[in-house]
Design a protein around this ligand. Structure first.
Ligand code: NAD
Length: 265
């Protein structure tokens, strides 16, 4: 149902972003990928999204720490095809107590997890409004809704992203109409999703359990995620796909947990 639509997915060389890009491609969209990675990893991601059924796939390079690089990337994508769907999925983590958190890490996490989304949104939303259809899907986290220890910049960035999304949802609420699909801005808030991002946390717990990775995963889940199941990137992608539908025109400003009950506690 996304034939003729164009999506830009940041952080789509790996993990959840790649899963979302694949799902959008499978629905027939033109997809621009972005993220860090070796040329081989980028090529593999392009192939994967292409094979899923995307009308066209291209790579939009930008280190999202750099606002001017984001502006260049957005101009390049717009010159190719105006983005109807913007997925801000790039994100990084660093765990340490506040007192031990390196100040540079703070700046880096805020830049990638929060400021980058502001820049892509400010550049993409006016065009979406002019065309009457637009979807901004910001991949926040349960940590945009509740806190955990040792994640100060991550939690701050994700709460910020939830707030930023609500502001944008309000500012663009009247754009378009039911027939065109309107412009909506939402956050998806995953709990644990099995991707490279959380591997260091799994490994730390596995080491404490004598090197058993399965025990490490179990330990991680048992602390906060009542379902005791990891999500997969495709589970998060399925929700994103639904939010792109025309029928989702009135779902805006929401922050939807996909967390096995984590934030129900
Ligand atoms: P991942 O490490 O597999 O992917 C992160 C992506 O971001 C990669 O494509 C990477 O290249 C890109 N990226 C990192 N720094 C970048 C930069 N400076 N410029 C451009 N791209 C950059 O991680 P993931 O688990 O797929 O995470 C994706 C998003 O989901 C993140 O925002 C993360 O906070 C969020 N999230 C993940 C989980 C989880 O359990 N894995 C849970 C909740 C939220």
């Amino acid at each position: 149902f996304l034939e003729g639509r164009t999506a830009l997915v940041t952080g789509s060389t790996s993990g959840i972003g790649l899963g979302i890009a694949e799902a959008l491609g499978a629905a027939g969209a033109h997809v621009a990928l972005n993220g860090l990675g070796e040329p081989a990893q980028i090529e593999a991601a392009k192939q994967q999204v292409s094979k899923a059924g995307a009308a066209e796939v291209r790579f939009a390079a930008a280190d999202l720490r750099d606002a001017s690089a984001i502006e260049t990337m957005m101009a390049e994508v717009a010159a190719w095809r105006a983005p109807d769907i913007l997925v801000n999925c790039a994100g990084v983590q660093h765990t340490a107590g506040i007192a031990e958190m390196p100040a540079q890490r703070w700046d880096m996490l805020i830049a990638i997890n929060l400021s980058a989304a502001f820049h892509t949104m400010r550049l993409a939303l006016p065009g979406m409004a002019a065309r009457g259809y637009g979807r901004v899907l910001n991949v926040a986290s349960v940590h945009g809704l509740v806190a955990s220890v040792n994640k100060s910049p991550y939690v701050a960035s994700k709460f910020g992203l939830v707030g930023l999304s609500k502001v944008a949802a309000l500012e663009y609420a009247r754009a378009g109409d039911r027939a065109s699909g309107g412009v909506t801005v939402n956050c998806v808030c995953p709990g644990w999703v099995e991707t490279p991002l959380i591997e260091p946390q799994i490994q730390a717990r596995a080491e404490a359990a004598g090197g058993d990775r399965t025990a490490g995963v179990r330990d991680l889940l048992s602390e906060k995620q009542p379902s005791q199941r990891m999500s997969l990137p495709e589970d998060i992608a399925a929700l994103c796909l639904f939010l792109c539908r025309r029928e989702a025109h009135n779902i805006t400003g929401a922050a939807m947990p996909v967390d096995g009950g984590w934030t129900a506690q």
